[in-house]
Design a protein around this ligand. Structure first.
Ligand SMILES: [Zn+2]
Length: 147
């Protein structure tokens, strides 16, 4: 079983990169990338970029044709507690998703952004997001309070 587990760890996005356990999905969100359109994809690796350019949407149908989308998954390893945020950028083409890139953030780079998107009210028209002043709810219902 040992070797098999390691192989799976190498090829599965939802397996812990530290101990190869299957991780739990703590949070999922779909985003549109309004400034990235078909044939104009540019690779970005900095969390800052995504923080500034992702617009949360509820479903793929809300993303206009030719605009890139980005799926966000927050994983937590039940064994070692490691947290990992995965971003998958893709172009929705009819019923398919043409995956462009998969990025991992292992140090909570997007934590504040994820929280903001859960409570914000921005939309694709570019309305400004407002940060909540009180963090009370986050304390009790945030995705990271399971430890
Ligand atoms: Zn682990």
């Amino acid at each position: 079983m040992g070797i098999f587990r390691k192989m799976r760890g190498a090829f599965h996005d939802d397996w812990c990169n530290l101990c190869q356990s299957e991780m739990d999905v703590m949070h999922k969100q779909l985003y549109a990338m309004p400034d990235v359109t078909v044939d104009h994809y540019v690779s970005h690796e900095s969390a800052d970029y995504y923080r500034k350019h992702l617009v949360p949407v509820e479903k793929k149908a809300q993303i206009p044709a030719g605009m890139y989308a980005c799926g966000l998954h927050v994983y937590r390893c039940p064994k070692c507690g490691h947290r990992r945020t995965k971003l998958t950028t893709f172009l929705p083409v009819r019923d398919q998703e043409k995956i462009e890139e998969i990025l991992f953030f292992d140090h909570g780079e997007l934590d504040d952004f994820i929280y903001q998107s859960q409570t914000g009210s921005t939309d694709l028209k570019g309305n400004t997001q407002k940060r909540r002043q009180d963090c009370g709810d986050y304390k009790y219902s945030g995705p990271y309070d399971y430890v």
